[in-house]
Design a protein around this ligand. Structure first.
Ligand code: ADP
Length: 414
């Protein structure tokens, strides 16, 4: 880190189509999180808001924001007011969360070549990559000459072998159209395995794990010696688990049949599978808290949705234990559901002793609301860990690594 100024800061950005999330990290040394927040409803100049917190304070401000550049300028004005008046000089690098990085296997400086690749990837991730690129364009305008680094949700899964990432369809679709499984939530899965390894007192390279990122969007990854060898999401984040509003795995003939019989367009079918399916489609709610309450009140569809969610997670844990030849050091739970719901963790791990999974009920109940810990029973062959994910910290860390490498190369060349 010696090549970066000690007073420097890293700004992490995560752009959505109508939102821009940000978090500032100081290099002191080691990364320390400062103010973070988001501007939402970009484009709606009457209702757009800036919501932020940090350093013991919370703010909500009405701000008229017409586009991502205006959002970026607003965030910098806010940070220069609340954090440091010389913030423009202090930000040494900007780290961008980019959803789809095609075959890019690690965080990278966003130079012209990489940016061109991300534009190509936009055809595969039409909902996700264009906002990321808008956020990048805004940051390049506001921070001229500051390194911009891309951290890709797909990158961690680039270590998957072809037998895991290929679909059983004509090979030309792969070579000509890049149709394959890419996987997502990679920044989170990478953070989870690194944290789990340190909790076990091992290096990631010595660690096999099944990492469960269970939120509104959910995915599970099989990690062998620190590397992703399989993951539940595919070409897009639609594959795999039953999610809040996404169907997850199904016979690909189902949408074809529905399109034929109901006369639905591809776009309509896409909306149904991504936004109206999953838990929402089955029982009318996508929040598991409401589903658990409704089940308790006797709602049978809520009970069914809950069973389907838990069953699919258990099925993948079994599949990935087999993919790892039964050698699994840790089963890791994270994200909104995995970090907060001892009920769901309990159901997932119920009657799994024969698989080597056994949890301690008291520890399970106590490890919620952002707590990190080991909830396994003493006889559990796999350690069962709860790890609050921190994608922003991981993005800041990876951004710092990329910039440090580039700067030390320049220093050596000089
Ligand atoms: P996103 O994928 O949007 O980032 P999060 O990781 O924030 O989602 O997870 C949000 C989800 O977490 C909510 O939809 C809700 O289903 C679930 N959740 C949060 N707290 C609990 C809880 N105590 N019990 C059950 N589910 C919870």
């Amino acid at each position: 880190m010696g090549v970066l100024q000690e007073a420097g800061k890293i700004l992490v950005l995560n752009a959505g189509s109508s939102s821009l999330k940000f978090k500032l990290f100081s290099l002191v040394p080691g990364l320390v999180a400062g103010v973070g927040g988001m501007i939402d409803r970009i484009g709606d100049t009457v209702n757009s808001n800036l919501v932020a917190k940090g350093n013991g304070n919370k703010w909500t401000e009405k701000v008229p924001i017409k586009d991502h550049v205006a959002a970026m300028e607003c965030i910098m004005g806010f940070l220069s007011d609340k954090e440091s008046s010389s913030i423009h000089k202090e930000v040494q690098a900007v780290g961008h969360r980019i959803v789809h990085g095609l075959d890019i296997h690690q965080a990278a400086l966003l130079d012209d070549n990489v940016i061109q690749k991300l534009h190509q990837a936009a055809t595969l991730a039409p909902l996700h990559n264009p906002p990321g690129l808008q956020g990048l364009a805004a940051a390049m305008k506001v921070f001229q000459g500051v390194p911009q680094v891309g951290v890709f949700d797909t990158a961690f899964h680039q270590s998957m072998p072809p037998k895991a990432f290929m679909y059983g369809i004509p090979y030309d679709y792969y070579t000509q159209h890049k149709i394959r499984r890419y996987g997502f939530h990679g920044t989170s899965h990478k953070y989870l395995v690194e944290t789990a390894a340190s909790m076990l007192g091992k290096s990631p390279q010595q660690t096999n794990a099944i990492t469960c990122h269970l939120g509104n969007g959910s995915s599970i990854t099989a990690v062998k010696n620190g590397l992703s060898v399989d993951t539940t999401m595919g070409l897009t984040p639609l594959e795999g688990l039953v999610m809040g509003t996404r169907s997850g795995d199904m016979d690909p003939a189902v949408p074809l049949h529905l399109m034929n019989t109901l006369g639905l367009s591809a776009k309509e079918m896409d909306t149904i599978l991504n936004k109206k399916s999953g838990l929402l489609g089955v029982c009318g709610h996508n929040d598991l808290r409401a589903i658990i309450d409704n089940k308790a009140a006797g709602d049978e569809r809520a009970a069914l949705a809950l069973d389907m969610f838990v069953y699919r997670v258990r099925k993948y844990i079994g599949a990935y234990a087999a993919a790892l030849s039964g050698r699994v050091d840790a089963l890791v739970f994270s994200a909104g559901i995995g970090e907060n719901s001892s009920i769901i963790r309990g159901l997932i791990c119920e009657d799994m002793q024969a698989m080597g999974v056994s949890i301690d009920d008291a520890k399970n109940k106590a490890t919620v609301g952002g707590a990190q810990g080991d909830i396994s029973a003493p006889d559990s062959r796999m350690r069962v860990l709860v790890v609050p994910t921190d994608e922003e910290l991981s993005i800041a860390q990876q951004t710092l690594d990329v910039v440090s490498k580039v700067k030390s190369k320049v220093a050596v060349a000089a």
